[in-house]
Write a protein that binds this ligand. Structure first.
Ligand code: UDX
Length: 456
């Protein structure tokens, strides 16, 4: 470990799936000796505090929304978010620069290009840290460059999309925002604008590892100064020698997991439980939620399903109660996903293929049933099924709807089929590579060391 004392600022895009990998990076930098200030743009202001396990100071800055406004509003009114957060970030960094250990660098999520402009203006070294995979970013890059045209109507453009370093992508494999103009105009702008000023960044980091996406990484590295530093999974799940590495230690910026699920999981035989979770944002239609529930029931496997409160009413009536009573299934509103994935009882993971979930599963050697919903997830699912061969993607019919027979078929295939055995072997191989990358001296660890060395 290097002896460093430099001070860096870390500024995540304020949604859970983006905050988690930024927190992990903050912990690694702090462990390697840097002073880290984590800045959270929020409508819920609180006093600054220091995390009890790491010396990470957490500050909230105002994002321009009122305390009662739903976080989702930031999606719908991006300009209000950008204007207010630009002002509060400028004020915050200006004040920090007057202190005895002024910050030298800002690590920001490229979903907020304005943060780069603020930091450059204030003479900081600027690092873009992409918490999404290159798989999606590369597509957005080509859209921004004008080298890929998003069709007005995807049904009129059934051809395969070709990108350097990628297998050919069908329309269904593309990130959802890149399929059709106008389907999510604000989010489309958000993901493509990442590249509007990225050439001004001093360094680009990504939450992946060289061995996972070698062709894509090589292509990106030829264009930009890119370093991969992932997978950003807490080291306690990768290396038992680091028991002090607590995952859930940063106050408000997570939801408290329900530990009772681990007790329930421990009561089940090895590899007997199907774990189901669709991340922090995706909302399945009520019809799809019911169909998924029936599919799980039909397979007869034990199951653990993380269902947010806002989704629970979509489950079939009596489904939760019957599973509990007969003790074959548990529905919880938030589970400690890493513990669940690393548990002996877990046999497979039915997932929306969010990037964090994908990395976590492959680090912990769990094969996948992919049910991608939107954003980068379809492209992640394509790689899961066809490139890494660590899972199977459900096939949808009529406008994205997936039948219970298809979901059940995929679950059985991964749990007990011949292909499932192959997938298990492949995911074990990736697990080893992921752990090597992040262990001391591995490719990702070295890249973090090089960054830390800039400030020693
Ligand atoms: C979003 C996008 O959906 C994703 O595709 C993108 O790459 C990042 O932003 P999200 O939908 O939240 O993320 O999915 P994912 O990236 O998988 O992150 C979910 C995180 O929440 C994971 O770290 C997972 O471990 C955690 N989680 C989820 C829990 O700890 N418990 C739960 O019950 C559910």
């Amino acid at each position: 470990m290097s002896e460093a004392s430099g001070h860096v600022l870390v500024f995540p895009y304020p949604f859970q799936g983006h905050i988690n990998p930024m927190i992990q990076l903050s912990k690694r930098l702090s462990k390697k000796g840097l002073t880290v200030t984590l800045i959270i743009a929020s409508n819920n202001q609180r006093e600054p505090y220091t995390s009890d396990v790491y010396s990470i100071i957490v500050h909230t800055i105002h994002d321009g929304f009122l305390s009662h406004e739903h976080p989702q509003t930031k999606f719908n009114e991006p300009q209000r978010f950008i204007n207010s957060t630009t002002r509060s970030l400028t004020d915050f960094i200006s004040r920090e620069k007057l202190k005895s250990n002024p910050p030298k660098a800002l690590i920001y999520d490229p979903f907020m290009p304005f943060a780069l402009d603020v930091a450059k203006e204030l003479d900081l070294y600027v690092v873009a840290y992409s918490t999404q995979p290159w798989l999606a970013s590369l597509v957005y890059y080509h859209i921004n460059e004008g080298t890929y045209d998003v069709p007005d109507d995807r049904h009129e453009n059934p051809t395969l999309a070709s990108f350097p370093a990628f297998p050919l992508l069908s329309q269904n494999d593309l990130p959802s925002f890149a399929r059709e103009k106008g389907s999510y105009p604000l989010l489309f702008e958000l993901v493509v604008n990442q590249f509007s000023n990225l050439w001004r960044a001093d360094l680009i980091l990504c939450n992946t590892f060289d061995q996972l996406e070698p062709k894509v990484v090589k292509w990106m590295s030829d264009q930009w100064l890119v370093k991969n530093i992932g997978p950003m999974v807490p080291s306690k799940f990768l290396d038992n020698r680091l028991p002090e590495d607590k995952d859930y230690d940063l106050g408000d910026f997570k939801t408290e997991p329900d530990e009772s699920v681990l007790r329930w999981l421990a009561s089940k035989p090895a590899k007997s439980v199907v774990y189901v979770a669709f991340g922090t944002l995706a909302a399945l239609s009520e019809k799809q939620m019911k169909e998924t529930a029936m599919a799980i029931r039909q397979t007869g496997y034990n199951f653990l399903w993380s269902v947010r409160d806002s989704e629970r009413s979509k489950l079939p009536s009596g489904f939760v109660e019957e599973a509990l009573e007969k003790d074959y299934g548990l529905v919880a509103k938030w589970v400690p996903q890493l513990e669940v994935l690393s548990h002996d009882s877990t046999g497979c993971f039915v997932t929306h293929c969010g990037w964090n979930s994908t990395l976590e599963a492959l680090c912990l050697g769990v094969p996948l049933v992919g049910m991608p919903q939107w954003t980068d997830q379809p492209t992640n699912a394509k790689f899961i099924e066809d490139v890494w061969k660590i899972g199977v993607r459900v096939k949808a019919h009529e406008e994205g709807f997936v039948s219970k027979e298809e979901i059940a078929r995929c679950i059985v295939e991964v749990m007990d089929g011949e292909k499932g055995k192959e997938m298990r072997k492949n995911v074990e191989k990736l697990k080893v590579l992921a752990r090597e990358a992040i262990s001391e001296g591995g490719t990702s660890d070295k890249n973090i060391d090089e960054f830390v060395a800039l400030w020693t």
